[in-house]
Design a protein around this ligand. Structure first.
Ligand code: LMR
Length: 344
């Protein structure tokens, strides 16, 4: 009898050891193709996270809206059905974080130095703090790039957009931006854009070229204007309860993996977009027009009032923070450190 109970205890012990040896699963869902800056960085994070935790964490990456579409994915994260996402910054509005739309303001980032300093500084911190009460923890900001316009009509001046039905992400700022063009904005999940363009449900869209090419939108869009009028980037987010509940050593390895994956992502994003543009050119499906500086200035002037229009929604202070960073960077670029130092 005694030996039977000893046997039972041994079996129970080995079962519980087996259970504790089960890896922690992170489902990382996203909506773009694997061969994009976000898709490749998600795979990089998987590789680093699994290596650094010696297999105690297993990351399952689900690209191309396989698991969830745009809006559903944030709800799924809050419910804990998925542990990690990297939605575009334009998609946090519907969950009550419209402040993220500061990144959508047209022409707010003169260059990527300003952009990254904004992400990695006060503004980024304030935005992540907003997510806390929603059960979401922000881990990193990832790049895609500046957006270009596409449709089946040449778009040289703002007047060329009049009446075009343009697909946008779920951002009020983007809605106002398209209206300032005289276009008719239509919110739509990313996974539906190709067929909506093909069937003429919408006439055009805006996206960085890496997304445009990997979704084969060039097959259904005859014209593209290189305008760089706005930015599209990502916040990598996790479920707060899941994250806080991780063993501290695992959390710190995952933090290190995310840091490395973020450096990788920001390094490849621009080149991925440049390569995608070359592929669109080579495909000869889409005529590419590069907006000249004179016209770009006309677009910028016409779109700038959108900043003031959203001062209350986004917060004047947050917008001012971005302007301050831009002014500081400009000053540094005009007077690089050491330039005025006297020679000894
Ligand atoms: C879009 O919906 O156009 C983008 O946000 C897709 C993405 O995640 O890059």
């Amino acid at each position: 009898m005694k030996s039977l109970s000893a046997l039972c205890s041994a079996v129970l012990l080995s079962l519980s050891l087996a259970a504790s040896a089960d890896p922690i699963i992170i489902k990382f869902s996203h909506v773009v193709a694997p061969d994009t800056p976000k898709g490749r960085a998600a795979e990089k994070f998987k590789q680093l996270a699994e290596e650094k935790t010696h297999g105690r964490v297993k990351v399952e990456v689900y690209p191309n809206s396989q698991l969830y579409k745009d809006r559903e994915e944030l709800e799924a994260l809050q419910l804990g059905s998925v542990q990690m996402l990297a939605p575009s910054l334009s998609k946090f509005g519907p969950m009550g974080a419209r402040e993220f739309e500061v990144f959508d303001l047209p022409y707010i980032f003169p260059n990527s130095t300003v952009l990254h300093r904004v992400m990695d500084g006060v503004v980024g911190n304030k935005l992540f703090a907003k997510l806390d009460s929603k059960g979401v923890t922000g881990l990193a900001f990832w790049d895609n790039g500046f957006k270009q316009m596409s449709s089946n009509r040449p778009m040289h001046t703002m007047a060329d957009f009049k009446g075009l039905k343009m697909r946008i992400q779920s951002s009020k700022v983007l809605d106002a931006e398209m209206k300032a063009f005289g276009a008719v904005p239509q919110v739509m999940a990313f996974s539906e854009v190709y067929s909506a363009l093909q069937q003429g449900v919408v006439d055009g869209t805006e996206n960085p070229v890496s997304n445009f090419y990997t979704q084969k939108m060039n097959e259904v869009q005859k014209n593209m204007t290189i305008s760089n009028h706005g930015y599209l980037g990502y916040a990598v987010v996790t479920n707060k309860q899941f994250w806080d509940g991780l063993p501290a050593d695992i959390r710190s390895e995952l933090t290190a993996a995310m840091k490395e994956a973020t450096e990788f992502e920001r390094d490849i994003a621009q080149k991925d977009n440049d390569d995608a543009l070359e592929k669109v050119r080579a495909a000869k499906t889409t005529e590419i027009y590069v907006l000249p500086d004179s016209e770009r200035e006309a677009w910028r002037k016409a779109l700038l009032p959108v900043h003031a229009q959203f001062a209350d929604v986004i917060g004047k202070d947050l917008i001012q923070d971005v302007y301050d960073v831009a002014a500081q960077v400009e000053k540094e670029q005009q007077h690089p450190a050491g330039k005025n130092k006297k020679k000894k």
